[in-house]
Design a protein around this ligand. Sequence first.
Ligand code: IMP
Length: 192
Amino acid sequence: MKKILIGTHNKGKFREIAYLLSKKYKKVSPVSLKIPSPKETSKSFSGNSKLKVNFFSKFVDFPVISDDSGLCISSLKNKPGVYSARLAKRHGSFSKAMIFILKKMKHKKDRSAVFICSLSFKYPQKKPINVTGKIKGSIARSIRGKKGFGYDPIFIPNKYEKTFGQFSKLKKMRMDHRYQAFRKLKRKIKTL
Ligand code: IMP
């Protein structure tokens, strides 16, 4: 069976990317190969996603797919953005980071936000192929729902009333920023 490394230590992302990929791939995690995470030194999603795919490719001789994603909130100058994971780390948990965001937004009229995902795919010895997907929405007034991961419980996609944390996992996986990016990638690499 053909192998692909899903270059992420984030269980939520791993699950989503594994779900999107063809069944003919054996999906390998860097955790199972004891591969560490690289330092995310870029200020852009695409920079970090390419950096990750190049890093993970050094450890295996089969294709690698990696993403860099995050939540950009208009009234917070598009933060936390590429620092989404680090904000949660700084606060000790995603719940605490979400409380922090909700407090900052208490008096903000503009609650618009966008989840962005830059997805990179790399064959051994080849250059990475990179695409970006987005989903627009708004920030809820409170934390709602226990499904999903990360900032899902405060993000309401446009045209819906529920947060991603209240969506079924399948429904969210079939519409989010990672899905949008994956669709673009699949147009470039048909075998995915
Ligand atoms: P990174 O790409 O490893 O820097 O981490 C991105 C961070 O953005 C994750 O740890 C989550 O906090 C957040 N994030 C990215 N995608 C999603 C999503 O689909 N739902 C909720 N949070 C997400």
